[in-house]
Ligand binder design. Sequence first.
Ligand SMILES: [Zn+2]
Ligand SMILES: [Zn+2]
Length: 255
Amino acid sequence: MNLYDSDREILLNPTGWLNDTIMNAAQEMLKKQFPNLSGLQDVALGLVVNFRIPGREFLQILHSPINHWVTVSTIDVQNPNTIKLFDSKFAAVTTSLKTQIAALLCTNNETIQVNVVDSHSQVKYKFCYSSFNILCTQMGSCDCGLFAIAYAVAVAFGKDPEVCIFNQEMMRKHLFHCFTEGILTPFPGRASNSATNTLGESIDVHCYCRMPEFKDIPMIECTNCLKWFHYVCCENVSEECMDSSDIEWFCCNCL
Ligand SMILES: [Zn+2]
Ligand SMILES: [Zn+2]
C-alpha cells in the first residue's frame, strides 16, 4: 500500500492526527482482504451525505466534526434498525454522525437505535503542562483514528472490540507495519474481563428522505398521519402552510 511520505510522517508522529487519506487507505486494505464485507466507503462521502446504501450488514469508518474518527457496524447486530458505534472518545452522537448513520441505514422505522461502545476509559491521554500551566501537548488525543481502524479490523476478523483492550503504545507502529506489509492484522491488545460501557442512544428519523431533523431546515406536520417532513423535501408546501399550524397540509402518502 502506497502512502505519501507526508502520511507516513503523520503515522509515526506521536501527535499526528490520521487524515482521510490514511483512513481510506486502511479501509481499502480491509476491502481487499474481505471482499464480501459491505460498507468501507470513502469517508468523505459521509460528510456530503452521499453514501451508497450498503448491504444489511456493513462496516464503516465515519468522520465526526471536529477531527474525530469513529467506526460503525451492523455486523452481528440482530435488530435491523440498530447500529453499533465504536468511539474512543465518546461525548455525543453529533448531528453529523446522526445524518451519516441515517443515510447508511435509510430505514422506514421512526427511530434508529445506536449502541455506543465507549472505550474512553481505556484510552490514555497524557497531559503536558508548561511552567505557566498551559496545556502544550496532548499525547494520545490524536489516536482516535488508530482506534477507529483497530475497531474496524477487529470486527472484520470476527473479533468483538467490546471485550478488547488495545495496547495504545503499540498502535501506531502496528498500523505502520500493516501499511508496509500491505495487509491489516488485528491490533495488539488483550481480552478484557468485563465488557466495555455500552450506552443506548437513538436517532429519530423523519420525512421521505428518512433523515433526522436539521437545525436550519423547518419541518411541517402532515394533518393526517401526523408525521414530520422537511420543508425542502416537499413540493406542495405553501408559505401559508409554514406560517400557520391551522392550515391543513397532507404529505404525498396521505394525499
Ligand atoms: Zn426530508
Ligand atoms: Zn401523511
